[in-house]
Design a protein around this ligand. Sequence first.
Ligand code: FE
Length: 205
Amino acid sequence: MKNPQRFREFVARFSALAEAGGSDERRVLDEGGRLLAGLVSHDDWLPEEFARESAQSYRQYLLYCDPRERFSVVSFVWGPGQTTPVHDHTVWGLVGVLRGAEICREYAPHESGKPMRRVGEHRVLPGDVDKVSPTIGDVHLVANALPDRPSVSIHVYGANIGAVSRHVFDEATGAVTPFISGYHNVVMPNFWDRSAEVRMSLQKR
Ligand code: FE
């Protein structure tokens, strides 16, 4: 973690955005999307523990949660060949790729008793940001596009996403299963130890 200040600045700016425009979803997605694009265009700040893949399934690590749970920031790690199920979010979300490449496959809203209908698919590369929400399209699947390497993305959601009650859909039948993702970490990264900078500035005096 060479540049933890990138993440500190991102959180500070996102907090200001939540304060000023938190109820305006379009503004949060536009301005927040630009903030996230800035964060994920540099791969020099995420501690390795929070970029670690697992052979079992993709990982979801909580990096920060706003004290009022207006937003949360998560790192997602896909091993080769790993994919999420088709799922919804029920809140706005921003998906920024930090490392590798991902496939995002979008679906039309669920219709009871019908198979899920694909409406789009695209590849997302480092620095790219994808957006989801119940108003602009909320159902998708995300997969690692690389067969031989992990991919890592940073997501921001308009809630404490690990505790949000949402849904997973069976692509072929449209069957709905309740889904609460939780997080794979119990300890969060420390981006706020600025003691080395303060000591350096004292030595220079
Ligand atoms: Fe998602």
